[in-house]
Design a protein around this ligand. Structure first.
Ligand SMILES: NC(=O)C1=CN([C@@H]2O[C@H](COP(=O)(O)OP(=O)(O)OC[C@H]3O[C@@H](n4cnc5c(N)ncnc54)[C@H](O)[C@@H]3O)[C@@H](O)[C@H]2O)[C@@H](O)CC1
Ligand SMILES: [K+]
Length: 497
């Protein structure tokens, strides 16, 4: 599913209007969807307070107020701003509301079971202040449930950032397509449950808009997800090579197990001779070979069936790790650089970037701290997480997977996916090592870098949901099995239709 910025959504509206469907009709459909959502949240005949602004978001509110009253609910309407300055379509919707329009005050909100927040939507253009800020605070202090129209007022639909202060909603009803602000934090948390309604905008407008951001779902990458065929064998399913470190050996072991579970035909882990027995004792199906520094790693790379390489988990943020990363990039394999491998380039990121560009099939998987170390030019940037990841992907010539509860995956060509399925208990030691292993396993099976990174982030989140609270990273590779079963099942169904 595409994610549309507010600017892209305005274009969708404009294209629809140009094709002969006026804004007033879209507003009526939007108001009907708000009414339907409100009804789902309300006991029969309850009291609803509709908080309107003077823009079209307020227009949706006025439509919903009228329809809710017609359905037998007790409805009060409050407005922030001058009713005389309403936008034309919103003014037309307001004219059909025959009840009083009050100034917003705490006592009028009292007794409402539900507040419909139609103060600001896509038109939010500055920080919420003055009377609007007062209204937002009254909503947040109220004990009523809150249904936000399009976005909670104060949340920027494009970035998910809060402009000043924002309404905390229990549910948000939005139209045509979700916006990045519904999935990026903190916006996602403020939306509550997000519902999507179709209001008569034809999907055909998406071609003209050319959106390049998607919600991270199998529909985005499922068509190139590797599914083992009946005639396949382990040599046809790729061969992942993982560089193991000498101190934190658990990290590379987790990654190796995850790469194997993901379906790579073979996984080789190169380990410094001193710690070889630790790796050998802990891994059965993974091939563990001695690897003595740079030369040893170069030897492992001589076998060109090893087509995807991971450097970073537990490697040590030092020059030796940087050399391994360098060799991997030079080898023209698909490469994942994680954790210490990223930090090892912190003083000379340009070197990393130039190598990435030559390789062309590289995934970098930083968390915020590593991101700030490697992409120093973007440190402290006011841009959204989506835009920062995109800028980093463009600058580095690689796919960038910027971790978090709202992981963003961006490609150098501007494509981006945002994940929303990671439960809080996934933030635990070793979880990132598993993610790096999943990506490597998918790359080994020939999946392109952007799709592999997006698929891995989704699978990682789904596996964590399978496990539930109390998850430790060791649980994750095994929990990939039901996730893979779902993906293989979906692929089989797609083939049979
Ligand atoms: N354009 C369309 O075709 C449709 C739009 N729809 C609704 O229209 C909304 C967008 O409407 P608008 O573009 O009119 O924008 P909004 O209704 O979000 O608000 C815009 C108004 O608020 C003012 N404003 C912005 N930030 C402010 C702040 N911080 N403090 C005080 N005033 C502020 C602006 O100057 C403008 O007057 C969508 O979110 C959606 O709810 C729906 O009715 C469906 C159809
Ligand atoms: K709103």
């Amino acid at each position: 599913m595409e994610l549309l910025t507010t600017e892209e959504m305005n274009r969708a509206d404009a294209l629809t209007a140009a094709s002969g469907r006026p804004v007033g009709e879209l507003m009526l459909a939007a108001g009907q969807a708000v009414r339907d959502s409100a009804v789902d949240m309300l006991p029969d005949g309850a009291c609803v307070y509709v908080l309107c602004g003077t823009g079209n978001n307020g227009g949706d509110g006025f439509v919903a107020a009228r329809l809710l009253q017609e359905s037998g609910y007790r409805v009060r309407v409050g407005i922030v701003g001058d009713r005389g300055s309403m936008r034309p379509d919103a003014a037309a919707a307001a004219a059909l509301w025959h009840g009083p329009v009050e100034r917003v005050s705490a006592d009028r909100l009292e007794g409402a079971s539900l507040i419909v927040d139609a103060l600001f939507g896509a038109g939010l253009a500055r920080d919420v202040q003055g009377a609007a800020l007062e209204a937002v605070r009254l909503v947040n202090r109220s004990t009523a449930r809150v249904l936000a129209v399009d976005v909670p007022s104060g949340v920027d639909g494009t970035t998910g950032e809060v402009r000043g202060e924002a309404v905390q909603a229990d549910a948000t009803i939005t139209f045509f397509r979700l916006k990045p602000g519904h999935v990026l934090l903190p916006g996602r948390e403020l939306c509550g449950r997000v519902r999507l309604a179709q209001i008569g905008i034809e999907p055909g407008v998406l071609d003209a808009i050319g959106s390049r951001a998607w919600l991270n779902r199998p529909s985005l990458w499922g068509s190139c997800f590797p599914v083992p065929g009946a005639g396949g064998h382990k040599y046809s399913r790729g061969h992942a090579l993982i560089a193991g470190g000498s101190t934190m050996t658990g990290a590379a072991r987790l990654a190796a197990r995850a790469a194997l579970r993901t379906g790579a035909g073979l996984v080789t882990l190169g380990a410094p001779p001193a710690v070889l027995p630790i790796y050998q004792a802990a891994l059965e199906a993974v091939i563990v070979l001695p690897m003595d520094g740079r030369g040893g790693f170069a030897d492992l790379l001589l076998d060109d069936r090893r087509n995807a390489v991971l450097v970073g988990p537990g490697a040590g943020a030092d020059f030796a790790t940087r050399e391994l990363a360098w060799l991997a990039l030079e080898s023209s394999r698909s490469v994942v650089l994680d954790a210490d491998a990223l930090t090892s380039f912190a003083d000379e990121p340009e070197h990393l970037f130039s190598r990435n560009k030559q390789n062309g099939n590289v995934v970098l998987t930083p968390h915020e701290g590593e991101f700030n170390r490697v992409f120093r030019g973007l440190r402290g940037s006011s841009r959204s997480k989506l835009e920062r990841a995109r800028a980093a992907a463009e600058a580095s010539g690689s796919v960038v997977l910027l971790k978090g509860a709202d992981t963003v995956i961006a490609a150098p060509d501007g494509r981006a996916a945002i994940s929303d399925n990671a439960p809080p208990w996934l933030a635990t030691a070793g979880s990132g090592d598993v993610l790096a292993g999943i990506i490597t396993g998918l790359l080994a099976q020939g999946m392109p870098a952007f799709e592999a990174a997006a698929a891995a982030a989704w699978m990682h989140g789904e596996a964590a949901r399978e496990i539930g609270p109390g998850l430790i990273a060791e649980d994750l590779p095994d929990a990939l099995r039901p996730v893979l079963a779902r993906l293989y099942g979906a692929a089989a169904r797609a083939q049979s239709t």
